[in-house]
Design a binder for this molecule. Structure first.
Ligand code: NDP
Length: 287
């Protein structure tokens, strides 16, 4: 009885000692947001703009990025610029970071958020697709981190990695995607340990998201996933807050992400069963 009680007291003390988020924390900060032409990335760019950051957004579709930049400037960004290209190409991933150096003169926060297109169905055995997705969703994150590290060390900055419940728990119908998200956890959680040992003052925040109402997620999964999606605007803000506060991990929404993970290590089969109950497999077959 005493151990859980002490645990609760310690958790409470830790929680109340945490610094509170203030939008001014992002004022004048130099931030890269990847995958910012749509969805959560686009919303993060708008939040950062309202907070007065210098923003560099990237994705493939130039026309959409131009509109995001225009909107960021209207919302009050200190500056807003874009670089377009595909993260399948590691040279492009490095180029984006170089552009941040040229255009912003340094970097305070690197928000890694983009994902390549995948399918929402049973694993089809296409190894080439898994390789391609690993390049876009994982290796480009590694390449950007390596390139950005000298600037982040100089600023005492932050790396924010957008992941998913599918990167912590086995979910059906997203096998290649889940593999890339689990890889992010392995890489960035290990790197965080080394930063700690080497006193590298760069924080790493891994964001564990549940189902969010972005256009692409709704199109792919709304008929099959029996959960209500959370709003992308609020999700985007929670990611930024977690990064600014240098939190180890962000759970959004807390009840649908953190609680299942508490079950995972004690009753994995039970959690798998609950996860399967959240899918309407009949609707998948009609897709
Ligand atoms: P979207 O599909 O809305 O956005 C994906 C972004 O990535 C777009 O800006 C897209 O732009 C860009 N992108 C796609 N392919 C490439 C490529 N080859 N190179 C560079 N950029 C590319 O995604 P969400 O907003 O839904 O998701 C954002 C993050 O949140 C992801 O990391 C995702 O895994 C995570 N997440 C989302 C959930 C959800 O339910 N929505 C749930 C859990 C996690 P363009 O096509 O112009 O290149």
């Amino acid at each position: 009885i005493l151990i859980p009680f002490l645990g609760l007291v310690l958790a409470f003390c830790f929680y109340s000692a945490r610094e509170n988020f203030k939008p001014e924390m992002l004022k004048g900060k130099r931030v890269i947001v990847t995958g910012a032409s749509t969805g959560i990335g686009e919303q993060m760019a708008y939040h950062l703009a309202r907070m007065g950051s210098h923003i560099l957004v990237t994705a493939r579709t130039e026309a959409k990025l131009q509109k995001v930049v225009e909107q960021c400037l209207k919302l009050g960004a200190a500056s807003a610029q874009y670089v377009s290209g595909s993260m399948e190409d590691m040279a492009f991933a490095e180029h984006v970071v170089k552009e941040a150096e040229n255009l912003l003169g340094g970097l305070d926060m690197l928000i890694l958020n983009h994902i390549g297109k995948s399918y929402f169905s049973y694993f089809d055995g296409d190894v080439g697709h898994v390789q391609k997705l690993l390049r876009i969703n994982f290796l480009s994150y590694v390449a950007m981190t390596v390139s950005a590290l000298p600037m982040l060390k100089e600023s005492g900055g932050s790396i924010v990695v957008v992941s998913s419940m599918a990167g912590k728990v086995g979910f059906p119908f997203t096998v290649p995607y889940s593999a890339t998200k689990f890889a992010l956890d392995g890489f960035f959680s290990s790197l965080r340990q080394e930063f700690s040992i080497q006193n590298v003052n760069v924080s790493i925040t891994l964001c564990i998201l549940g189902f969010i109402n972005t256009e692409s997620a709704m199109k792919a999964a709304a008929d099959v996933v029996l959960m209500s999606p959370a709003p992308k605007e609020e999700c985007a803000l929670e990611i930024i807050k977690g990064g600014a506060l240098r939190q180890r991990e962000v759970y959004y929404k807390y009840a649908s992400t953190k609680i299942p993970l508490l079950i995972r290590d004690w009753a994995a089969d039970f959690l798998d069963y609950l996860v399967r109950k959240c899918y309407s497999v009949e609707n998948l077959k009609k897709n």
